[in-house]
Design a protein around this ligand. Structure first.
Ligand code: SAH
Ligand code: DHB
Ligand code: MG
Length: 220
């Protein structure tokens, strides 16, 4: 049971519960055409983000790591008409492709793409806090800093989702010198020791391989 089966099952699930979706399919096509890496969340994962946002009734969402706006579109579609999503992206070319994709999905009125390193742009959006939902999916080495910022700019009941916390199982290697793994393990300790949150991590397999996400509830 490995990658071939995981991909086949992910395709089966996407065919069942998502189907053709011109805006999302077009976003991935534009992303490929522009030569962006194929590291967006999978369709089933995107829909999971969308459903969590709707279950939560999120009105204000912060995303870190836009790429071509695929996860952005899933999340922004969960917002009410007066809701808002801010998404932070380091690479101006990624942001350009994303902005076009978001407009193509009819979501330009609800989504703002801010270009720059997230640690530089986060202070400029503190005035928009508190956010109801955070999706953190950028440079993994900074995840502890992003999550700390998210907790500080949340309210009791806010939800934080962090992508890519398992990385093929490498996360259990306490001797790893890979900055992404070191950052992920530091995030784990932070979540374990931070009294203001309750957290779990869920392992996943699918067309993007073996990975996982963290789900965090801000308690107080
Ligand atoms: N969330 C997207 C995928 C994001 S891929 C989706 O699922 O569709 C990670 C993105 O984070 C890349 O576009 C990368 O350029 C961006 N990134 C990397 N370092 C960053 C930083 N310091 N600040 C903001 N964005 C960053
Ligand atoms: C990478 C980043 C991601 O956000 C992801 O979901 C998969 C891979 C990466 O940088 O390799
Ligand atoms: Mg990711």
């Amino acid at each position: 049971m490995t990658q071939r089966v995981w991909t086949e099952v992910d395709d089966y699930i996407a065919g069942l519960v998502i189907g053709d979706d011109p805006a999302l399919d077009g976003a991935l096509e534009a992303s490929d055409k522009a030569g962006l890496p194929q590291i967006a969340v999978s369709p089933s994962h995107g829909k999971l983000l969308h459903l969590i946002a709707r279950i939560h009734g999120a009105r204000k969402i912060l995303e870190i790591g836009t790429l071509a706006g695929y996860s952005t579109i899933w999340l922004a579609r969960a917002l009410p008409p007066d809701g808002k999503l801010i998404t932070l992206e380091y690479d101006a070319r990624h942001a350009e492709v994303a902005t076009a994709n978001i407009a193509g999905a009819g979501l330009a009125d609800r989504v703002e793409v801010r270009v720059g390193a997230a640690l530089d742009t986060l202070p400029t959006i503190a005035e928009e806090a508190p956010f109801d939902l955070f999706f953190i999916d950028a440079d993994k080495v900074n995840n502890p800093k992003y999550v700390r910022w998210a907790i500080d700019n949340s309210r009791p009941g806010s939800v934080i989702i962090v992508d890519n916390v398992v990385r093929n199982g490498l996360v259990v290697d306490a001797t790893s010198t890979d900055p992404a793994i070191v950052g992920t393990r530091e995030l784990g300790s932070l979540l374990a020791n931070e009294p203001r949150v309750s957290a779990t991590m869920v392992q996943t397999v699918g067309d993007k391989g073996y990975d996982g996400f963290a789900l965090v509830l801000v308690e107080s």
